[in-house]
Write a protein that binds this ligand. Structure first.
Ligand SMILES: [Zn+2]
Length: 382
């Protein structure tokens, strides 16, 4: 039987919410970008560096740390109004449970985590530039790759628990279904965890995280409470699809390639700025950090449509894996519609928006693809 297409529209509420969120992200990006640009083009960064040296009594390593701290604090203060607006937005659309105090605590925690990670990275960066001015970019690339792998491994056991509580999934029926799914796939997931999102948000989500021994599927409690076991099985099958297709290692490999070119380009641009334009006192002058950050931001921005296309490809693969693994696509389709309405996602976003900015195909496309796939199966149901 041919499926009748559902009206290709989203509620005005969903459209407005998503439009506002896009503007918010865009503004945040512009604020950060202009801040870095001003630091590079004016004497702002040099002044901040001199101030850091003064505070550090001319001790280089301490001055680097002070400089990074001031830079991160200023940029946090600059983006704070937009972040607060984002917090209010979630409440306005009745998508959040989080009180202001808890939100502020989360903001402080993420600032602290970011500060520690960036401090370590920047200290290693300038120590490397000083010790190996010719090959610093190659060494830093290797350090960066090592750190990416380490963080991917630590994410579910160290990073995520700073913000959320996790518990092993208690539902025996679901655990058994997942075990059967993974046995059929000839693989084994190391665990399924209930992700206590409901303390903060009314939205639902699920993910595959970790690497090697830490890899696991996490499912939001908001999803476990409101979806049927069949729908949850469809979600688990999708996450298992990511694992079977090795999407996390593949993403890390892609990132390795991109950062290699990025570090190489950074070395060339930095040398040009120092040697031809006399913008800084040398390669090891940490006043050039905003220039490096600017290069990283630009590379990320230019490549994000490509990375999003790669991610959407992975999502389609995981979806197809799910359809093949579950008895019928019905629960996949109903689960998707539930997710869209619970998260106030647009099922049919503007095409160019999806192409440029979305890491997932729209829910409208995902359900349509499921139905098209099903129609081609000899034993098609639903
Ligand atoms: Zn996915």
């Amino acid at each position: 039987m041919a499926t009748v297409p559902i009206a290709q529209t989203d509620t005005p509420e969903a459209r407005k919410y998503n439009r506002t969120k896009r503007w918010l992200e865009f503004s945040d990006l512009i604020v950060g970008f202009v801040f870095l640009l001003l630091l590079v083009l004016t004497h702002g960064s040099a002044r901040l560096r001199d101030f850091a040296y003064l505070g550090a009594r001319q001790y280089y390593t301490v001055a680097v740390a002070l400089y990074v701290f001031m830079l991160m604090l200023i940029s946090k203060l600059l983006s704070a109004p937009l972040e607060f607006y984002g917090f209010r937005l979630e409440h306005k659309y009745n998508l959040s449970n989080q009180k202001l105090g808890a939100w502020l605590l989360d903001e402080a925690k993420s600032f602290a985590v970011g500060l520690v990670l960036i401090l370590v990275l920047v200290e290693v960066l300038y120590a490397t530039i000083r010790a190996y001015p010719e090959h610093w970019w190659l060494i830093m690339w290797a350090v960066f790759v090592g750190l990416t792998v380490l963080l991917a491994q630590l994410a579910p056991v160290v990073l995520l628990p700073i913000f959320y509580h996790f518990e092993p999934l208690k539902n025996d029926g679901l655990r058994e279904r997942l075990t059967k799914l993974s046995e059929r796939a000839g693989t084994r997931v190391r665990g399924v965890y209930e992700w206590k999102i409901s303390e903060k948000s009314k939205k639902a989500n699920a993910a595959l995280t970790g690497l090697g021994k830490t890899r696991r599927i996490i499912v939001a409690d908001t999803l476990l409470q409101n979806y049927s076991d069949d729908e949850i099985e469809a979600v688990l099958a999708h996450e298992l699809g990511h694992h079977v297709h090795a999407h996390i290692p593949k993403s890390i490999l892609l990132q390795m390639g991109i950062t290699f070119v990025g570090f190489w380009a950074a070395d060339h641009i930095l040398r040009y700025a120092v040697e031809q334009r006399s913008m800084f006192q040398g390669l090891a002058d940490f006043a050039n950090l905003p220039l490096l950050a600017l290069i990283a931001t630009l590379v990320g921005l230019l490549l994000s449509p490509v990375l999003n296309a790669f991610s959407r490809h992975n999502e389609r693969q995981a979806d197809e894996y799910a359809w093949k693994s579950i008895p019928s696509i019905g629960p996949f389709v109903t689960g998707m519609h539930k997710l869209a309405s619970q998260n106030l996602a647009e099922e049919h976003p503007p095409r160019w928006i999806e192409l440029l900015f979305h890491s997932h195909p729209s829910i409208g496309k995902r359900t349509a693809a499921a139905e098209a796939w099903n129609a081609k199966q000899p034993t098609g149901t639903a």
